[in-house]
Design a protein around this ligand. Structure first.
Ligand SMILES: *Cc1c(COP(=O)(O)O)cnc(C)c1O
Length: 400
């Protein structure tokens, strides 16, 4: 007899996102004339830069030629791509060789799988969070500890003092989704020190690294000691607009060992066991994303989103609404009181966002707006938000 994995009961279904979708559909039915604008989009929206599509098309056509045909890709990815990713690290002053980069089909699947390599006493993550790491650890029956990201710590929690358990697996995302905040060197150094002292390992998600505007670290390996206690998961999704194409990487320094075993070797073994690699066509597309030809095109797309973020931030600032993000990330995380009430009120004003409680109990009291809508819609939505916040009533009820 088999039964469902009991641990599924530890991961509540996320009712908020379903409820938001249902409520939006209902509202549109009740108000067929309304043109509600969504600032709740958590996905890129601009088309792929042409050189990426061209590289994929050429690779696809190559596959029909005797000398261009490729079967299973090599373990860890094609050297042409791994070298390009390593070269990007060199731009940040981080020395990684191509054999320390392992190509995957998405940061999400890597964040969900990495814990499989280890035995550990507990998982730790900054909360509210992108849920995949924490939920995967819960599914395995592990204890999950939150590092609360709050207004008091500017949504950049530092490691706990006198934490009793050694050997945690710690997930950190910077710039973070949903709070939009990014660690500085001192913050990352404190996390690295904690990991080294407690025998923990950091899984660093740098999916939004390309959105950083200020002088902040783009990689945890900018902290030199991180190579003894961290892996980094990067993605072409938000950086190159490739969410629908699927390509990512895991950077694992050779120095990173657990009980004498190279973590890089463990990950490689796990991947070879469960994963047959990323398609040649997509790896060629990712290579093109890292070309000099693409660099200004990707920059322009990210600048476009960040200009949207600035338009929304400007309205919030003018009304004295407390928020984080919007400067080094495409997310704005604003204080709103009851987040579902705020959702409903803003919906009636013609703008949709995401209640903070969708990212866990610690997200309650906040609301996420994103910079991924078109410029035209962002300007329209910002004007609606402005008008909505102008009412004294709204201001006092949502900025307690
Ligand atoms: C979008 C996103 C990713 C990227 O995931 P992929 O599977 O590579 O598309 C990773 N982490 C966070 C926090 C994200 O929001």
């Amino acid at each position: 007899m088999i039964s469902a994995n009991e641990n599924f009961t530890r991961i509540p279904e996320n009712y908020i996102f379903a409820e938001v979708a249902r409520r939006l559909a209902e509202y549109k039915k009740e108000h067929p004339e309304s043109d509600v604008i969504s600032l709740g989009i958590g996905d890129v929206t601009l088309p792929l830069p042409y050189p990426i599509s061209r590289a994929m098309a050429e690779a696809a056509l190559d596959m029909s030629t005797p000398c261009g045909f490729r079967g299973y890709p090599p373990d860890g990815g094609y050297p042409f791509l791994r070298e390009k990713i390593a070269a990007r690290y060199a731009d940040f002053g981080v020395a990684l060789s191509q054999d320390e980069i392992l190509v995957s089909d998405g940061a999400k699947s890597d964040l969900a799988a990495f814990h499989e390599l280890f035995d550990f006493s507990c998982a730790m993550q900054s909360t509210p969070a992108y849920p995949v790491f924490g939920e995967s650890c819960l599914l395995r029956g592990k204890r999950l500890v939150s590092l609360p990201a709050t207004r008091e710590n500017e949504f950049l929690p530092l490691p706990p003092k006198d934490f009793p358990l050694g050997g945690c697996l710690i997930s950190i995302c910077s710039p973070a989704n949903p709070t939009g905040t990014a660690y500085d060197r001192a913050g990352l150094s404190a996390l690295v020190d904690f990991a080294l002292k407690s025998g923990s390992l950091i899984i660093f998600d740098c999916a939004y690294e390309a959105y950083i505007r200020d002088d902040l670290p783009h990689s945890i390996f900018e902290i030199p000691e991180a190579k003894y206690c961290a892996v980094e998961i990067g993605s072409f999704s938000k950086f190159a607009g490739m969410t629908g194409v699927r390509c990512s990487w895991c950077a694992i320094p050779r120095e990173l060992r657990i009980g004498g075993t190279e973590v890089r070797a463990l990950w490689s073994r796990r991947q070879n066991m469960k994963f047959n690699g990323v398609s040649y066509i997509i790896q060629r597309g990712a290579e093109a994303a890292l070309s000099d030809e693409c660099k200004p095109l990707l920059r322009a797309n990210i600048d476009y989103y960040m200009e949207n973020a600035a338009i929304i931030a400007d309205v919030l600032r003018r009304h004295g609404i407390y928020f984080s993000g919007g400067r080094n990330s495409p997310y704005l995380w604003l204080r709103c009181g009851d987040s579902r009430g705020f959702f409903e009120a803003l919906l009636h004003a013609g703008v949709v966002g995401t209640p903070g409680s969708g990212f866990g109990a610690l997200g309650e009291g906040y609301f996420r707006l994103t910079a991924f809508a078109t410029r035209e819609n962002t300007i329209k939505a910002a004007a609606r938000l402005d008008k909505f916040l102008q009412s004294d009533n709204n201001f006092t009820s949502y900025n307690p």
